[in-house]
Design a protein around this ligand. Structure first.
Ligand SMILES: [Ca+2]
Ligand SMILES: [Ca+2]
Length: 84
């Protein structure tokens, strides 16, 4: 593969992914990572969850890599109590 550059084609890039703390093994994406929302939602065999069981697609577009950045949005439904 020497001499072949994939950068810039088919979504490949050579930018620093800006992991949270790669030196200590924390490969979570950070908010400023160029991988956030840069994947392809129609990719074949895209799992429903990322490596830590977060939804694989958050904020509309899948992230590049094993991690989906952020936390799922929690929806709260008001509970009305009837005191009769
Ligand atoms: Ca995303
Ligand atoms: Ca995640």
């Amino acid at each position: 593969m020497s001499g072949i550059s994939w950068t810039g084609s088919d979504g490949n890039m050579d930018a620093d992914p800006l992991f949270k703390d790669a030196a200590n093994g924390d490969y979570h994406l950070t908010a400023d990572s160029p991988c956030v929302n840069m994947g392809i939602n129609s990719a074949p065999d895209l799992p429903a969850r990322d490596f830590e069981k977060d939804p694989r697609i958050m904020r509309g577009t899948v992230d590049i890599g094993a991690d989906e950045f952020g936390k799922p949005v929690m929806t709260f439904i008001p509970l009305l109590l009837d005191d009769e």
